[in-house]
Every structure is written in C-alpha cells, then in structure tokens.
Design a protein around this ligand. Structure first.
Ligand code: 5GP
Length: 206
C-alpha cells in the first residue's frame, strides 16, 4: 500500500506529574490507538493492581545497576529514591519498522531522549490544578504521607519543565484528554518530514 514502505516511526515521550492520571490515559489509548509502549525497569515496590512485565519490570537495585553497566539501558533516572530506566533493545527496532512508540518517563529522562532522538515529540499531561493533583495522589492511598509530600514537591518542579515539551494536554475530562492525544499523534504522523517517502513513491509510481 502507498506509504507503507520505509515509514519513519514516531517516538513520543509522555510525561506527567505523579497522580495526574497518565496510566489511566495510556490504558485507554492502548485500546484506541495503534502504538508500542516501552516497559521500563524499576527498583520501586510493586503497587496493588500492578503486574510484573506489564506495568514495569520490577527488579532489584543490583540487577538494575548491572544492566546499566552493560549498556542495556537507554536512559534512566532516580526518582523518589528508586531507579527507573528504559531498556534499550526494542525501541530502535520498532522505530525502524515505522511504528509509533510511547515512552512514559519523567522530565529528566525526557530531556535525555530528546538529545538522543531529536525528532521525538514530547507530550506533557497536566492536572487542572495542583489541589486536584494532591487529592488524586491521596485517593490512590498506595503512598505514605511522606511519599505524597515528596511526590508533590517533585510534581511542582516537574510542572516547570512542561514548557520544554511540544504539546500540553490538560487531564480534566478523560475523554477530552484522549481525543487531544490521538489528534496530536495523527497530525504528527502527517508531518512532511515523516511523509517524504510517500511523496517519493507517488512520483516514482507515476
Ligand atoms: P511511578 O512510581 O509513579 O510509576 O513513576 C514515577 C515516575 O517515573 C513517573 O514520572 C514515570 O513516568 C517515571 N518513569 C517511569 N519509567 C521511567 C523510565 O524508564 N525512565 C524515566 N526517566 N522515568 C520513568
């Protein structure tokens, strides 16, 4: 089919402060859009409802540091006392196949990915207000009060980085946020830079 050959994949970096609902948004997107989601490695404890190999690969600190030393981690960060990292292996394969790949990572990792993949795009999900963010974090009740406070401090700092992203989506009504992200992905796929091969095909098939 036209445009199916040598498509350039789209790498999306998706960030949001903790408690903003990014997992809910991603879970809905997975049902409604066609993309690959990288599964990160983390040394933090598994939360209720999470599954190893689905939400994260839950690993020990020794294992994480060994993988890091072996150069098998594309980017990583230490967030609230735990390591989180993107495994290197599959991302480039997916992009070569023309797939859309989403990395759900925090701001520091996002900046590193932008350096490694300058044509990646960044989407930052923000809460309607800081107050609502704190309520959502508390409602989750998987964190202690100290952790909530610590995540709120990180969140305030992360919001300052939102200006460095290509797109800002407010997660007020979930349906609207999903539609916004889907239309961003759709538009990005049509960018001339990613469609040059299609122009070439049209000309060559004349
Ligand atoms: P949580 O503990 O709430 O699942 O994640 C804490 C933060 O770590 C979130 O902002 C999440 O996006 C980020 N994160 C998860 N995986 C990675 C990763 O592989 N690399 C980086 N840099 N951040 C990650």
């Amino acid at each position: 089919m036209l445009g199916d050959t040598q498509k350039k994949g789209l790498l999306i970096v998706f960030s949001a402060p903790s408690g903003c609902g990014k997992d809910t948004v991603l879970a809905r997107l997975e049902k409604e859009a066609d993309f690959r989601r990288s599964i990160s490695m983390t040394t933090r404890q598994m939360r209720d409802g999470e599954t190893d190999g689905v939400d994260y690969y839950f690993v020990t600190q020794d294992y994480f540091l060994k993988k890091l030393e072996q150069g098998q981690i594309l980017e990583y960060t230490n967030y609230n006392g735990n390591y989180y990292g993107t495994p290197k292996s599959v991302i480039d394969d997916w992009l070569k196949k023309g797939e859309t790949v989403i990395l759900k990572i925090e701001v520091e990792g996002a900046e590193n990915i932008k350096k490694l993949y300058p044509d990646s795009i960044g989407i930052f999900l923000i809460p309607p207000s800081i107050k609502i963010l704190e309520q959502r974090l508390r409602n989750r009740s998987s964190e202690t009060e100290d952790e909530v406070q610590s995540r709120m401090t990180i969140a305030r700092n992360e919001l300052k980085h939102a200006v460095n992203y290509d797109y800002i989506v407010v997660n007020d009504l979930l349906d609207d946020a999903i539609e916004d992200i889907k239309s961003i992905i759709r538009s990005e796929k049509h960018k001339t830079e990613r469609s040059k091969n299609i122009i070439r095909e049209v000309i060559n098939n004349a």
